[in-house]
Design a protein around this ligand. Structure first.
Ligand code: ZN
Ligand code: ZN
Length: 404
């Protein structure tokens, strides 16, 4: 079942291009997903949250002037078990999300040479305060889930078990090119900006990014952009991000941003009052922001020397050349033969061929992809026994927007 998740996911991905309004068949119903909802038809349930009057209710988040249907696309049943990936309801104080924590985008096949675990369906229930409140002190991030992307997959802090930075430095771990991997209980999770999570609004880098998830204090997590070509991580002065990766503006109130390439990548602590129901067991959370402890060079074998061209146009098909450097392999050599899977960000490559150390493949880049964000590439060899995987970080981006 797990081996086929990727195929199911990618089939789902191709179904849907959420640029403005698309009609998607979800859970047997026809659901309209998009930005042109008439606010007069919505009912406020608290804070920036609204529901439609239709049954089943669609939940909207008021993101600046826009009403975002954050969850309809992600409600589909990616693993075909008869249960939607996410099911949303609410009570007087909270948005309540039942989530299978299951990626609905292409992933690496796990286990592989970079990770011994497999991706398993989860039974999460999370509560997000409808009206998040700032706290006078920062709550320290626990290990395990710290928040949820809008597809129901959880965010973890930047550290692996053992407490070292999972994203950079000598302690870097193998994340697939959608920036996730499963831990020992099969929980697939993101340690950095998940470029593969679909938002109802495209992130073309020309305005403030849309919401991509929620932290466990109820404050929203936005994509990387603050404005036209400006990453939130690069802001200075009053608008600079705080140690939690958050800041405020009049339209959005307090909110977090992901910071590609810069610690803490997703959030650095909770600036809001946390919802205790999200922290299982007798965990006692400390106070204060987390600090980067990365150092040195990554010990992941840098077998992928280059991807050319390194940038591409949205809405077009491109042929890419991936140059391998087998001398960079560590204990195990690069297999002979060709990889059976090549993925760049969310794009699964087709027509994969290998000639010596040169791999060619095609990627079909959808029009609604995040523009300007550096993406990772990973390749997989079937191998005998455990699949061999290699990756290169931040090696490709879609720089040029498609024609309007
Ligand atoms: Zn991890
Ligand atoms: Zn912002």
């Amino acid at each position: 079942m797990i081996r086929s998740v990727r195929d199911l996911c990618s089939a789902g991905r191709k179904l849907s291009s959420l640029v403005a309004i698309v009609v998607a068949a979800l859970m047997g119903n026809t659901v309209v997903v998009g930005q042109d909802v008439d606010p007069a038809t919505l009912k406020g349930i608290g804070g920036k949250w609204y529901v439609s009057s239709a049954e089943p209710a669609t939940y909207y988040y008021k993101d600046g002037a826009r009403y975002l249907d954050l969850f309809s696309y992600h409600s589909k049943d990616s693993n075909k078990d008869g249960i939607s990936n996410v099911i949303i309801h609410h009570d007087g104080t909270s948005l309540i999300v039942d989530s299978q924590g299951y990626p609905n985008h292409p992933t690496a096949i796990f286990p592989n040479s970079g990770n011994p675990n497999q991706i398993l369906v989860q039974k999460f229930q999370f509560r997000f305060p409808l009206e998040p409140k700032l706290s006078d002190r920062i709550t320290r991030l626990p290990m395990g889930p710290i928040g949820m992307a809008s597809n129901g997959v959880v965010f973890f802090n930047p550290f692996e078990a053992g407490g070292m930075n999972a994203v950079e430095g000598y302690s870097e771990v193998w994340l697939d090119s959608c920036c996730g991997h499963p831990q020992q209980h099969g929980v697939y999770h993101y340690h950095k900006y998940p470029v593969c999570v679909k938002s109802p609004f495209r992130d073309d880098g020309k305005q403030h990014s849309p919401v991509i998830g929620l932290a466990f204090d109820g404050f929203p997590v936005y994509g990387p952009y603050e404005g036209d070509g400006v990453f939130a991580r690069d802001l200075a002065g009053e608008q600079a991000l705080d140690v939690c990766n958050g800041h405020s503006d009049p339209e959005r109130g307090y909110h977090y941003h992901v910071t590609p390439g810069r610690f803490p990548y997703v959030i650095g602590g909770y600036h809001g009052e946390i919802e205790p129901a999200n922290f299982r067991g007798p965990q006692r959370l400390g106070y204060g922001a987390i600090e980067d402890n990365s150092s040195g060079e990554s010990r992941l074998p840098q077998v992928i020397a280059s991807v050319t061209p390194g940038n591409a146009v949205a809405g077009k098909k491109h042929q890419l050349v991936i140059q391998l450097d087998p001398t960079k392999a560590s204990r195990r050599p690069v297999p002979d033969g060709q990889p059976d899977w090549v993925q760049i960000g969310p794009f699964e490559a087709t027509n994969i061929a290998r000639d010596g150390n040169r791999i060619t493949c095609d990627v079909d880049i959808p029009a609604d992809v995040a523009v300007g964000v550096l993406m990772d590439c990973h390749i997989e060899f079937p191998n005998d026994g455990r699949r061999m995987v290699f990756k290169a970080n931040e090696i490709f981006r879609v720089t040029v927007d498609s024609d309007p």
